[in-house]
Unconditional design. Structure first.
Length: 167
């Protein structure tokens, strides 16, 4: 049974399905990150139809999966694949690779912090019966900013993927 588990996990280090130098787990992670803006839009549509609990559940779930995905992406790129090895295989210059990584880390960190704060504030406001209601406009403004940051995180993730596994 343990051998089967090890085999199942080892499949994730095989060739990816996007036709690049990336392993399967990286391709799965980048596929989720690319679909994230659509998934968040779907979660937002639930609140417009009056399904507040579904919206809250999906936002928390997407936040947690995104956090896990970004941490896994960073771990695999830096430790399992070896960043130096990936940079050697890339035709992009060292400074450009580090620039794309820096931008990605900065944008993703800001997005995660803002998203976490929005979830905690919305939960607190909902429990005090101030959301929906008194803080709805503020929450919507925060949501638009987070949606923009999610989109920028997706773009920067694709940029890092391209510089390390395509170019």
């Amino acid at each position: 049974m343990f051998e089967q588990f090890i085999y199942d996990i080892s499949i994730l280090s095989g060739d990816g399905f996007l036709g690049t130098r990336a392993i399967l787990s990286i391709d799965l992670l980048i596929s989720f990150l690319v679909s994230l803006p659509v998934l968040v839009t779907i979660a937002i549509l639930f609140v417009s139809k009056g399904y507040l609990r579904t919206h809250k559940f999906l936002q928390i779930l997407l936040f947690l999966i995104t956090l896990l995905t970004l941490v896994s992406f960073g771990y695999i790129v830096h430790y399992e694949e070896g960043l130096a090895s990936l940079i050697e295989k890339s035709s992009i210059g060292l400074s450009q690779v580090y620039l794309s990584l820096t931008i990605h880390i900065l944008v993703a960190s800001i997005m995660l912090i803002k998203w976490f704060l929005s979830i905690t504030h919305a939960t607190s406001d909902y429990n005090r019966r101030a959301l929906p209601g008194l803080y709805s406009k503020s929450h919507a403004r925060s949501g638009r900013l987070i949606s923009l940051l999610i989109f920028l995180t997706t773009l920067s993730s694709v940029g890092v993927y391209w510089t390390l596994f395509v170019a």
